[in-house]
Design a protein around this ligand. Sequence first.
Ligand code: UDP
Length: 237
Amino acid sequence: MVKLLIKDGIRLDGRKPDELRKIKIEAGVLHRADGSCYLEWGENKILAAVYGPREALPRHIQDSTKAIVNARYNMASFSVEERKRPGPDRRSIEISKVTSEALEGVIFTELFPRTMIDVCIEVLNAEAGTRCAGITAAAVALADAGIPMKDLPVACAAGKVDGTVVLDLTSGEDKEGEADLPVAIAPRTEEILLMQMDGHMTYKEFEEALELALKGCKKVHELQREALLNKYKDFEV
Ligand code: UDP
């Protein structure tokens, strides 16, 4: 096999197979939203804002037993190499759906019947792994909004590139590599909230990639915690 993306165990951007890109997380960056987060993950730049719980309208969409989690993932036209047509497309509708379901898995929705919790994820710059970065930012924004959750969800992808299982794929690795496995978890219990796979891996490689993604999630979770502690360290209890 010709190796184009990994040479002598080092990837094109200088990372080892199990290394994450550089991540920066800031909580509470928007004053108008109930909760917010700005996240940079490699070249990904993502803004997440939470609004609610608010009365779900029109009333026929209300659920009398729980809140509806309404995540909306949106890519700015200028966020990708080739200008993206504004507005929802198949991909963003899919990512919005899986993100809503992942977040619903940790939010105590039964505490807020008949309401809606809006989670807006705006991708300002995209470089692969945006659904994981979006879920990670949304989790911090939800915590910043004071939404009760059983855990602070986090996401990270692993995959296979040039026959090697790697953590946190870049755009080139995503396009040219063999497989991408985005995973979101509730870190305390390791309950899986989202798992998707693009491409092919053997079962053994899948197990290895999943383990690597979980390790990545744990590291990113520490940064989420730090961002929240940083925002609230000066508040009196
Ligand atoms: N991408 C793009 N144009 C699009 C959609 C995606 O250039 O309309 C790029 C973008 O960098 C994105 C990457 O392709 O991050 C991988 O997209 P994928 O659907 O695998 O989702 P992601 O890895 O971002 O969760």
